[in-house]
Design a protein around this ligand. Structure first.
Ligand SMILES: [Mg+2]
Length: 250
């Protein structure tokens, strides 16, 4: 029995600035049944506060603490391991790391940096990693859907730096099992009582399954026919959209 739900955001709840059909109703129905919810996102082009304000403007009745972001998980890791970051991230989220660092960088933080993925910046990251810095990444997502089409996500840049240096990135957002388990514990649910809903078969669905959760792949956002063939284990279903996924557990 499902007692708590984790929702991916981009491609599951909204695409760009447009809320997806049925998403508001899906969340309202979960809230009406007092099923606890958390939002789990690797998005790293805007700080959590901005994501929260966007969801509120779309009509979602949520509090900021319900949103779990990969940059937050990286921030916590840096603090725990007393690392000084060098940021290869979107300028909009640099402020989330403003309380850290100051020393010689011993960690490269890689987010979806968009236009900041320049040769100069990638080469700076390469040199730091070559000299022994750790590579911390929001995720290994390959692409995501924006309003005007599919776009490169952070994953291809993580892979490029791993290839060049021989290092292995530490992924702290989805599909990290620790990230899923941290969100489930905030729900007050065991993994097997938790449903993850998302549009990314690798990051959302297979990540949740590896964490011992149930999962629902939605056919919105980046979904393409045939994605379901990449699901690695039983415990997942495929749904038209978020509303259908929610109806399946009510
Ligand atoms: Mg998504």
């Amino acid at each position: 029995m499902i007692k708590g739900v984790l929702l991916d955001l981009s491609g599951t709840v909204y695409v760009g600035n447009e809320v997806l059909p049925g998403a508001l109703e899906a969340v309202e129905r979960l809230q009406a049944q007092n099923i606890p919810l958390r939002y789990l996102t690797n998005s790293s082009r805007s700080p959590r506060k901005t994501i929260f304000q966007k969801l509120r403007a779309m009509g979602f009745a949520i509090v900021e603490e319900e949103i779990f972001t990969a940059p937050q998980a990286i921030h916590d890791y840096l603090r725990e391991h007393k690392l000084s970051p060098w940021l290869l991230v979107h300028p909009a989220i640099e402020e989330e790391f403003s309380d850290l660092g100051g020393g010689t960088p011993d960690a490269v933080v890689l987010g979806d940096a968009a236009d900041a993925f320049t040769y100069v910046n990638l080469n700076r990251a390469f040199r730091l990693l070559f000299d022994g810095a750790r590579l911390l990444a929001v995720g290994d997502n390959r692409y995501f859907r924006e309003a005007d089409g599919m776009s490169l996500d952070a994953g291809p840049f993580v892979t490029a730096l791993e290839y060049a240096t021989g290092c292995e990135a530490i992924i702290l957002g989805k599909p990290s099992v620790a990230f899923f388990h941290s969100a489930a514990s905030h729900l007050g649910c065991r993994p097997e009582e938790t449903l993850m809903v998302g549009d990314d078969v690798f990051s959302d669905i297979n990540g949740a399954l590896k964490a011992g959760m149930k999962a629902a792949l939605v056919q919105t956002g980046k979904y393409r026919p045939g994605d379901e063939q990449n699901i690695i284990a039983p415990g997942a279903c495929v749904c038209t959209d978020l509303l259908e996924a929610v109806e399946g557990i009510l």
